[in-house]
Design a protein around this ligand. Structure first.
Ligand code: FES
Length: 207
């Protein structure tokens, strides 16, 4: 059964760190109670089960993912963000290139080859990222709307890491002049069909 993730449509901070991500994830599951999500998810927190699953792919149901929304999944102990970007956000991406450290995704460690494109994605509208800052591993806040922000009056949507003020655009590309050295990581992934994403496995035949 596909994992439906944790819907995070509010653009609110996920958390300030990986440890806090784990805590919050557990809390959300707790709030759901003993429903259909709880059993398989809680099992994944059992150390021995987690060890077994350390390399396992995550089957992600993204059918409920609306424009501007984010789902959060866990893969190899990391938060994986799946975001459906609006046409306006996609249009803004190339306008940011001269403010970014690696606008063309030339660092091969940060994404698979098939995501080294303008949106750093297989599908233009859907972004899949490891939600950990490449500075010290905090979880940046999603600020998906194009509007002035206190940290950037010309903000075109993206992610902001409040601990040391790193900024990334909606493709996870890092801005110049911030502590984070590289773009956010794009994990291996592919689509089984329009609404099913497989996190942890490259598309068939991909390098
Ligand atoms: S961990 Fe993100 S800016 Fe320091």
């Amino acid at each position: 059964m596909a994992n439906q993730g944790i819907n995070d449509p509010s653009n609110q901070p996920v958390n300030a760190g990986r440890r806090r991500f784990l805590t919050a994830t557990t809390a959300v599951v707790g709030a759901v109670g003993a429903g259909f999500v709880a059993v398989p998810f809680i099992k994944s927190w059992n150390p021995s089960a987690r060890a077994k699953l350390a390399g396992a792919p995550v089957i992600a149901d993204i059918s409920a993912l609306g424009e501007g929304q984010r789902l959060v999944f866990e893969w190899r102990g990391q938060p994986i963000w799946v975001v459906r970007r609006s046409a306006a956000v996609l249009k803004a991406l190339p306008t940011l290139n001269d403010q970014l450290r690696d606008p063309d995704s030339q660092n091969p460690d940060q994404q698979p080859q098939y995501a080294a494109n303008a949106g750093r994605s297989l599908k233009p509208e859907i972004s899949v990222l490891v939600g950990l800052c490449t500075h010290l591993g905090c979880a940046p806040e999603m600020k998906a709307e194009i509007r002035p922000e206190p940290f950037d009056p010309n903000w075109k949507g993206g992610y902001f890491c409040p601990c040391h003020k790193s900024k990334f655009d909606m493709a996870g590309r890092v801005y110049e002049g911030v502590p984070a050295p590289t773009n956010l990581v794009v994990p291996p992934h592919h689509y089984e069909n329009d609404t099913t994403l497989v996190i942890g496995v490259d598309p068939q035949g991909a390098a």
